[in-house]
Design a protein around this ligand. Structure first.
Ligand code: S3P
Length: 444
């Protein structure tokens, strides 16, 4: 997934945003449906799939490993899986483009197969830490045959012929790490356990259960969980309905909160509690967000969200909320600039190892546009003044969420905001600019 040329964009203040939209399918669930679908025996049908670049690179990797992955209609896909442990040796390196989730979950799945595969990605993915994933996979019997300095891609991984079940206590709160260990554990005899001190998104656990795996989840301490998977049983295909991505919905949602007079409805947004920290925070800030038509769709809770512009106040966001809104801090920081008073977002260490160093990138995006912002240890502090000057140029650093945050900022600043490259938005939200335009946003 190479991007030939940068695609700059300028976002400017215009009239209110209004309408009813459905953002694309959840990225986490879409990627899991491809990887877990490839591990079933038989045909998995998926509707609502995110047709963005991260999903396409993961789909290509599953094909290279022997699964059949086909598009059967708009957002409708079908996968013929090869069974747990059934991947074939790929002919070339697997290129995950910008997708850390696709790459890391696939590493887990490959670790449980007697094959060797090379994992690679774009410059952003090549800068991200992989040791956190490979360490537990090596304990399970996989071997890292080649890897560049400092635990970065490209990496050649040899899966285990006889995977060893382990009990693993995660040192970082990461759903990707948890998922990689569980997916390797599918091929191991006996029980594989992951202990997390802070619960992270549970889509892998839910989907494994949906496909018939025996998996127990028990609470641990105040915020943690213990997850135990029984290995060496086949997964049975079952249809998947992908709900709208709350992390993508966050962008039009905050645009509607900060562009005066806006009134939007976001349809079918997933409200899984482990993804809902942003909603809780925005409510504390005084945001007018109504949850309408709550329902369950394919195993996940979803709702329509009505969002109206209004005054916001600064808040203190506790560190323990970070896992439930880890991808939403850049856009929350934009909302915080338009609030009255300071917002302190605590415990953002993990933001430094996302598609970019998002802590630095978020601070720079606001600072370049006249917002007072400070990083203290792992906390981000934004001085909200109910307005922002704009007029700056934002470097998006191959990071889709920085690009979308900058665009939303520019819809409410006094001067337009220039964004150096919007190409990476296609990884998670291909029609973002078009959808915002349809809601009334103005771009140059
Ligand atoms: C994801 C987990 C999170 C998140 C990413 C998607 C997932 O990463 O930032 O966008 O689907 O499991 P970490 O697990 O590294 O925190």
């Amino acid at each position: 997934m190479e991007h030939a040329a940068a695609t700059p964009l300028t976002a400017r203040r215009g009239g209110p945003l209004a309408g009813r939209v459905r953002v694309p399918g959840d990225k986490s669930i879409s990627l899991r449906s491809l990887i877990l679908g490839a591990l079933t025996v038989g045909e998995t049908q998926i509707t609502g799939m995110l047709e963005g670049e991260d999903a396409m690179s993961t789909a290509n990797a599953m094909r290279a490993l022997g699964a059949t992955v086909e598009r059967t209609g708009e957002t409708a896909w079908r996968i013929l899986g090869v069974g747990v442990g059934g991947f074939a040796t790929p002919r070339a390196a697997l290129d995950f483009g910008n997708s850390g989730t696709g790459c890391r979950l696939a590493m887990g799945a490959v670790a449980g197969c007697p094959i060797t595969a090379t994992f690679d990605g774009d410059a952003s993915l090549r800068s991200r830490p992989m040791r956190r994933i490979l360490d537990p996979l090596e304990k399970m019997g996989a071997r890292t045959l080649q890897m560049s300095d400092k635990g970065r891609l490209p990496a050649m991984l040899q899966g285990a012929r006889d995977p060893i079940p382990i009990s693993y206590e995660a040192e970082v709160p990461s759903a990707q790490l948890k998922s990689a260990v569980l997916l390797a554990g599918l091929a191991a005899p006996g029980e594989t356990t992951v202990i997390e001190q802070e619960a992270t998104r549970d889509h892998t656990e839910r989907m494994l259960k949906h496909f018939g795996a025996t998996i127990r989840v028990t609470p641990l301490g105040e915020h943690g969980r213990k997850i135990t998977l029984q290995g060496q049983s086949e997964l049975e295909p079952a249809p998947i309905v992908v709900p709208a991505d709350p992390s993508s919905a966050a962008f039009p949602m905050i645009a509607a909160l900060i562009v005066p007079g806006s009134d939007l409805i976001l349809e079918g947004v997933m409200t899984n509690p482990l993804r809902s920290g942003l909603l809780a925070t925005l409510r504390e800030m005084g945001a007018a967000i109504e949850v309408l038509e709550q329902r369950n769709d394919g195993g996940e809770d979803v709702a329509d969200l009505r969002v109206r512009a209004g005054a916001l106040k600064g808040v203190d966001v506790p560190a323990e909320r970070a896992p439930s809104m880890i991808d939403e801090y850049p856009i929350l920081a934009v909302a915080a600039a338009f609030a009255e008073g300071p917002t302190r977002m605590r415990g953002l260490k993990e933001l430094r190892v996302k598609e970019s160093d998002r802590l630095a990138a978020t601070a720079a995006l606001l600072r370049n546009n006249g917002v007072e912002v400070e990083i203290v240890d792992d906390d981000l502090i934004v001085q909200g003044r109910g307005r922002a000057a704009g007029g700056g140029l934002v470097a998006t650093r191959m990071d889709h969420r920085i690009a979308m945050s900058a665009i939303v900022l520019g819809l409410a600043t006094e001067q337009p905001v220039n964004v150096d490259d919007t190409a990476f938005i296609a990884t998670s939200f291909p029609n973002f600019v078009g959808m915002m335009r349809a809601l009334g946003a103005e771009f140059a």
